[in-house]
Design a protein around this ligand. Sequence first.
Ligand code: NAD
Ligand code: TYD
Length: 341
Amino acid sequence: MRVLVTGGAGFIGSNFIRYCLRVYPDWYVVNFDKLTYAGNLENLAGIDEGRYSFVRGDIADPVAVEAVFSQGFDVVVNFAAESHVDRSILDPAPFMRTNVLGTQVLLDAARSHGVVLLVQVSTDEVYGSLEECEPPFTEDSPLAPNSPYAASKAAADMLARAWWNTYRVPVIITRCCNNFGPYQFPEKLIPLVITNAIQDLPIPVYGDGRNIRDWIHVEDHCRAIAAVIERGSPGEIYNIGAGCEVRNIDLVRRILLLLGKSESLIQFVSDRPGHDRRYAIDASRIRRELGWVPTRPLAEALPEVIDWYVANEGWWRRVRSGAYRDYYEAVYSRRWGGGLE
Ligand code: NAD
Ligand code: TYD
């Protein structure tokens, strides 16, 4: 099977490519990625290039997308996005271009090339925020995005819905909770806390720290997407959640304890504007219909993930310093041409 992965140089996309090449010996994967600040080809270092290749390009550029689609694919998985809420608050424009316009370009290409399936990787943040007493989001919960990031992902979901209803483009939307695992860009809470704590730097906790997120190990998310590819129904939406709800402050304290660091590193800082209080996912549809279950709960997997960041200090230090951008120049630009912007 030929699979086009967009955004495969980021956190979840790179884990997905590694997962697919390991589990499916007959899959051939092309990674199409713009290499924004979040794209890091070092996340895919050492990968077997017999069944994998990289194309640098922008999903919002119809010419580049047409060129890559003309290679011919059965399945497209769209991870490409601007993904950080805080950045979307500072500058929403790139979120609209990539997350909204880019999705439309991919849907159009999927339509004209007749792909078998396009998986639109979305987020629980499209549903907005829950109070502590409310039940988790189901696929039928209304969309009520609160950040520019969430609004752009909700808009993309609406486009996917419309392309299915109007043109019968075979698209499936997945809405997952917060991921954690190896290769996560250290602007997100868990890798930020781990890498700051290792360096004895202050750990910023927004507001009162009592916001709740459901955390899933990235490999459980990757397995869920693979299950959707293998057994999902086009036109359907699947929530993906681990049922591991934790308050931010409790998560930060747990990481500090596991690293043997003092809680005095914690600094409460001004709250994020429009900060969603709680996300929680009802994943019963994917469990029931596709037989998927999460296998790596936060409590068991967190120590191992912390160990990964401890063992891969060179990786995150190069990311934090910006040196990771040299990797593309050194390894890839001679082969495929073009430098970073
Ligand atoms: P990430 O920021 O780590 O990676 C995004 C990747 O997309 C990068 O490699 C970047 O270079 C690429 N990209 C950005 N703009 C592009 C463009 N215009 N054209 C081509 N490539 C482009 O993000 P992530 O955390 O891996 O998230 C991947 C997807 O999963 C996103 O769609 C996100 O909304 C969704 N998601 C993430 C989480 C999470 O907890 N991280 C949870 C649910 C859903
Ligand atoms: P984040 O990893 O940015 O994911 P999201 O906003 O998509 O859920 O943040 C997770 C939670 O941690 C969220 O409630 C915001 C909070 N947070 C902090 O308290 N401090 C930080 O430095 C960051 C990055 C996040």
